[in-house]
Write a protein that binds this ligand. Structure first.
Ligand code: ADP
Ligand code: MG
Length: 366
């Protein structure tokens, strides 16, 4: 028997599943919502902004400023379309140092420390491997798989962020095999930057949702005619289930917490009935084999995004050690059988949709 309160909340979860939305503005209320909503495109994803408690013209101006920043990221953080990052990759390939703009430099610095913290399971220096698997393309790759020997050769060159030297704004690499691809955490870094811009425009309550990966600012708003005031509720969020199966659980995010999910079923190529994921294990250059999704909550979106990828690579056996090393406090993984792995602190915060998962494996605390 479910406790009454939980039973009631699980019925609410039915609503979440039906809406198939990943964000649900909580309790019903009689007042009309006065939220400002906008959608912006970046990195192949539609990003939904919901801003409450602000004047509409302020919200519109703030989102406009974010959009301009996103356009620049789309060019200068892109791993294979011409821009600053591809110029830097060319310089490293040629063995040259390059002066890097203040727009790109902080991303490199953050990538380097997150990579070290993840034991290089989050390794944004493996761009050549990701390209070799065909994922440097807007379309999903098909046809013959890359040559295994070539993949092993690229992995054996062992490019890591530890090879990268940053001196002032000059960047070089001791290892010419380093090729940056920030796809595993650029979305988080972009949403962090977007929140800074919203804050600078006086916005106090907002959620930015990029297909289930999201950042929150302040509290959930309800709206009450005119300039809406956030009413102090936490954000009630759905955690994406693997393979597009809606929502696996709901979690309340406190102020400024962010949630990122990474799954090796999202982008992949298929050959002879086998799926090859776009998440690559840097140790052997092969796509991650165990089917898994990893969700992480953190106050920093880039950290949550990088960690979700690292925990996907680590898989059910090794995720806890990597989460500890990365300073992650809340993580949840789902494997191909639907088994859920999570730490007790996360367990205390989630409510599973559609009853309990088939099995739950609770780790020691993080
Ligand atoms: P999603 O974009 O589905 O949320 P991720 O955040 O895990 O998934 O990002 C996956 C992308 O990260 C890949 O498309 C590739 O560009 C890059 N990538 C793949 N494997 C790794 C890895 N081990 N470390 C760093 N980046 C990776
Ligand atoms: Mg990621």
């Amino acid at each position: 028997m479910l406790p009454a309160r939980l039973g009631m909340r699980l019925r609410n979860l039915g609503v979440i599943a039906v809406l198939a939305g990943l964000l649900v503005s909580a309790a019903a209320c009689s007042e009309p919502p006065t939220e400002y909503k906008a959608t912006v495109y970046i990195f192949g994803t539609l990003v939904d902004f919901t801003i409450s408690g602000a004047r509409e013209e302020d919200a519109r101006e703030a989102v406009g400023a974010v959009e301009r920043e996103f356009q620049r990221m789309h060019t200068d953080w892109h791993a294979w379309k011409p821009g600053e990052l591809t110029r830097l990759n060319q310089a490293i390939h040629d063995g040259r140092a390059m002066r890097v703009s203040p727009f790109l430099l902080p991303l490199l610095v953050q990538a380097r420390s997150l990579s070290a913290a993840s034991d290089n399971l989050f390794n944004p220096a493996i761009g050549a491997l990701i390209a070799a698997w065909g994922f440097h393309n807007d379309e999903l790759p098909s046809g013959v798989l890359p040559d295994r020997e070539e993949i092993s050769r690229l992995a054996a060159l062992h490019p890591t962020m530890a090879d990268v030297e940053i001196s002032g704004d000059m960047v070089s690499s001791r290892n010419r095999a380093v090729q940056f691809d920030f796809g595993a955490f650029a979305k988080g870094a972009a949403l962090d930057r977007a929140m800074e811009i919203l804050r600078a425009h006086g916005i106090e309550n907002a959620i930015i949702n990029a297909g289930g990966d999201l950042n929150t600012l302040g509290k959930a708003g309800r709206g009450s005619g005119g300039a809406a005031k956030a009413d102090g509720r936490p954000w009630h969020i759905g955690i994406r289930a693997p393979a597009g199966r809606g929502v696996i659980a709901a979690v309340d995010l406190a102020e400024n917490e962010n949630l990122y999910t990474s799954g090796n079923y999202e982008r992949y190529r298929e050959s002879e009935g086998i799926r090859y994921s776009h998440i690559i294990d840097p140790r052997d250059g092969m796509p991650v084999r165990h089917i898994v999704s990893a969700s992480v909550i953190d106050m920093n979106g880039a950290v949550a995004d990088a960690a979700a990828t690292a925990l996907s690579v680590a898989g059910p056996r090794d995720w806890h050690r990597i989460a500890l090393k990365m300073g992650i406090k809340f993580a949840l993984l789902v494997d191909e059988n639907g088994t859920v792995y999570l730490n007790p602190e996360m367990k205390a915060r989630v409510e599973f949709a559609k009853g309990q998962p088939p099995a739950i494996v609770v780790s020691p605390p993080l």
